[in-house]
Design a protein around this ligand. Structure first.
Ligand code: 3EB
Length: 352
């Protein structure tokens, strides 16, 4: 009998869309950046879009059948190969205050720390009950990321809650942590969305940078639980998720106050991660043209400079969107994430 070669429905595609084209196609997951909340999105992130449109949609599309549901506060949609999940804890914004002594009291965790732990415990419970055990990529957004409350910067509070959940659920929070980003918004609560799969990804690190999960304790009592990038294999597809990437070498911020130099340094870090992906796959396919970019700019006034650097250095066809967001260290002015998909190469000819 001849081998039937039924076309595989592509497991996943990523589109950054404006809303001008009217209603968007059905999706595994849709997240809106900027604009006003719309019912057709899993989440709306309070990060104003920079450029012409007022909002952008990040659309994760699949041609496979999708089933969706909720588990407590978590909304999910799943295909054969992938689980998309989203969760929002609204009441973490106005948790401002200080203890009389001044310092953070680990026995009285802030609302944000508690919410961060709760979110990640819910995520891990969902992975287990739905059968997609491996986090590929997590996006984290919450307000006032650089504000000190209860004696500690809120990003560091988030890191405690996140890592405590990884530990409680016996999840890899050092090597093999998922790719991620964590950005500051102006309101909207704690928003987390993720992609998970049945097959584990390959975590990548950047040899120019100390792994974030090994940052020294000057950056807080719990290190950030993320890898610099993750490579995932799906039927017919290879996906590269490059985490939020900034102007950091070793563990130190470079070019404080110089947004142009920070953008250039960030692009060098992304280029190194593309090289690491090529090395891992013994390919040369991961190029600056193979990925799409989401660019987080702290100060709206810096948008022109950041865009000019990327226009000069990236292939013009490489999709990029720009949003205003606070970066998790107050001296970082820009952060860039990159995501791309390539076909699985056909098997090489056997050499005799
Ligand atoms: C850095 O390299 C910049 O806490 O999940 C980048 C990507 C950053 C992810 C996170 C933080 C996170 O440390 C900040």
């Amino acid at each position: 009998m001849p081998l039937s070669l039924a076309p595989i429905a592509p497991p996943l595609s990523l589109h950054y869309l404006s809303r001008e084209g009217g209603p968007h196609p059905a999706a595994l997951g849709a997240v809106q950046f900027g604009g006003t909340p719309q019912p057709d999105c899993a989440l709306q992130i309070a990060t104003p879009l920079l450029g012409q449109a007022t909002e952008a949609l990040e659309l994760w599309h699949t041609d496979q059948p999708v089933r969706s549901g909720t588990l407590g506060l978590l909304h999910y949609a799943m295909s054969d190969d992938l689980l998309f999940g989203a969760i929002c804890i609204p009441d973490t914004d106005s948790d401002v205050g200080q203890y009389p002594g001044g310092g953070y009291d680990p026995l009285r965790p802030s609302l944000l720390q508690q919410a961060s732990e709760q979110v990640y415990l819910a995520v891990f419970a969902a992975l287990e009950s739905l059968g997609y055990l491996h986090l590929l990529r997590v996006w984290n957004y919450f307000s006032d990321i650089n504000t000190d409350t209860w004696g500690m910067e809120r990003y560091l509070q988030f890191n405690i809650g996140r890592q405590d959940a990884f530990r409680k659920m016996a999840r890899p929070f050092l090597v093999d942590a998922p790719a991620a980003c964590a950005l500051g918004t102006h309101g909207g609560g704690l928003n987390v969305y993720f992609l998970a799969a049945k097959v584990p990804p390959l975590a990548l690190e950047n040899p120019r940078q100390v792994s974030a999960y090994f940052y020294p304790d000057q950056y807080g009592p719990r290190t950030p639980s993320f890898s610099r990038a993750a490579l995932a294999t799906l039927p017919g597809q290879r996906w590269l998720f490059i985490s939020g990437t900034a102007s950091i070498i070793g563990h130190q911020t470079q070019h404080a106050g110089d947004v142009r130099a920070q953008t250039e340094e960030t692009l060098r870090n992304i280029a190194v991660l593309l090289t690491q992906a090529n090395r891992a796959e013994d390919s040369q396919d991961w190029t600056l043209a193979a990925v799409q970019y989401k660019v987080y700019v702290r100060h709206v006034a810096d948008f022109g400079v950041v865009r000019a650097v990327l226009d000069a250095q990236l292939p013009s066809a490489a999709v990029r969107i720009y949003v205003q967001a606070d970066v998790c260290r107050d001296d970082l002015l820009v952060e860039i994430e990159a995501t791309g998909c390539l076909p699985v190469p056909s098997l090489p000819e056997k050499t005799p």
